[in-house]
Design a protein around this ligand. Sequence first.
Ligand code: ZN
Ligand code: ZN
Length: 173
Amino acid sequence: MLDTRELGRRPGSQREVSRSVPAPADLGIEVLHVPEGAPVELDLRIEAVMEGVLVTGEARAALEGECVRCLEPIDDEIDVRFQELFLYDDQVTPGEEPEDDGVSMLEDDLLDLEPLLRDAVVLALPFQPLCEEDCPGLCVECGARLKDDPDHTHEAAIDPRWAGLTALKHDED
Ligand SMILES: [Zn+2]
Ligand SMILES: [Zn+2]
């Protein structure tokens, strides 16, 4: 929560705010997220406009997760930018709150950054995080990490299901 009272309501007045806040729970996606309680560094510019407060900001935090191919832990960082207009709640007629997704409301001059931060972080994350871009994943036969042991092989046993197909192919010849 960010208090905007010091900013005042004169359009054009602005302030820069830098602060570190503990990450809320579930910031990110299951396979890649900011650990709960880890510091999130925020650099914000808040600016009074006619109908509310415009927030432009940047957030940086550590990420923790695992590679979807080889399950190796991932340590990374995230750096996201966001911008949102928060309307003054006392200037909106009750029952006529805007439904626009890009618009939020101030509540008693307090600005709730959490939904904004959550959206920005989730949008910036890859759906399928990898430890490295060309991670070879796990061996389908034994589950070994191919990155650790790229050359290991197994006896090339022909799967009985394929053996049948091989026989058919011979018949065609
Ligand atoms: Zn991997
Ligand atoms: Zn193997």
